[in-house]
Design a protein around this ligand. Structure first.
Ligand code: SF4
Length: 276
């Protein structure tokens, strides 16, 4: 679905704040609520899916596409992704290798568009849209051009890639935890290290997904969830009913989501204009 000023979030059925009920998930996902992890574990344990395809951080900034088929494997894949893993190209091979019939895919909005379009408008025999049960998209303001950004961190702040333990977007800055210190970089400073494609990307929430999920600072400990269709609603409601998820109304955070979505669209429009 095309993002326009009048349709910043695409189709919205429900907006919720949710968090995992499982203590182990909460311990690992203190800030963000762990709702995506809890929903995926619910879907797996109830037989709604037979695997989750997602990106896993292997070291430093590096990530790879992996299939999680157990609760523990899903728990291991939870966490922030700071780069685009070359993902779409590998998903088909993974699905076939592992003979997955119904998968959930956790991805970024640009990747959700690829999978969503393939599922809605199958063209080739080689498509695998019918195997995609759920598309879960994570809110995204952009991912970094690795080499350039790492080089910048090394040159300006003397931070090496292997020292980086975590990175999180906060309001107005990027927080980098390295060894025992925290560096807070204003977003304006890091924007020039985003991937070129991100600078013209207008989709903040992932309008082609069944469920979008993200985090906002003022609701620490909760995951913001947008459901876009009956499939997404059933997953959230089912996980709540079966005791995997605690869910409350999220209408009070709509303003924050819209603000971020508007900011991303404006950035894309500005950058597009400069290309013309
Ligand atoms: S900003 Fe857009 S293009 Fe860049 S990673 Fe996020 S969704 Fe993909």
């Amino acid at each position: 679905m095309m993002v326009t000023p009048d349709n910043l979030l695409g189709s919205v059925v429900g907006v919720y704040l949710a968090r995992a009920k499982d203590e182990e998930i909460l311990k690992r996902k203190v800030a963000s609520g762990g709702a995506v992890t809890a929903m995926l574990i619910y879907a797996l344990e109830k037989g709604l899916i037979d695997g989750v395809v997602t990106a896993k951080r292997v070291s430093g900034f590096e990530g790879q596409a992996v299939v999680a088929r157990t609760r523990e494997e899903i728990l291991e894949t939870a966490g922030n992704k700071w780069s685009i893993v070359p993902f779409a190209a590998r998903v088909k091979a993974k699905i076939e290798e592992e003979d997955l019939k119904k998968v959930a895919i956790v991805c970024l909005p640009c990747q959700a568009q690829f999978f969503g379009q393939m599922r809605e408008f199958p063209i080739l025999e080689t498509d695998f849209g019918e195997r995609i049960r759920y598309i879960v998209s994570l809110f995204c303001m952009g991912t970094f051009a690795f080499e350039a950004f790492l080089n910048y961190l090394r040159m300006k702040y003397d931070i090496k890639a292997e020292e980086i333990k975590n990175m999180a977007l906060k309001e107005g800055f990027l927080e980098i935890q390295h060894d025992d210190s925290l560096l807070q970089l204003p977003l304006k400073e890091v924007y020039s290290y985003l991937q070129t494609g991100c600078l013209v990307c207008a989709d903040y929430t992932g309008t082609w997904s069944d469920i979008s999920a993200g985090f906002i600072e003022k609701e620490k400990g909760w995951t913001v969830i947008i459901t876009r269709n009956a499939r997404g609603e059933e997953l959230v409601k089912g996980a709540e009913k079966e005791g995997y998820l605690e869910v409350r109304d999220g209408s009070q955070v709509m303003g924050d989501i819209l603000r971020a979505a508007r900011e991303k669209l404006a950035r894309a429009q500005r950058n597009m204009m400069s290309l013309l």
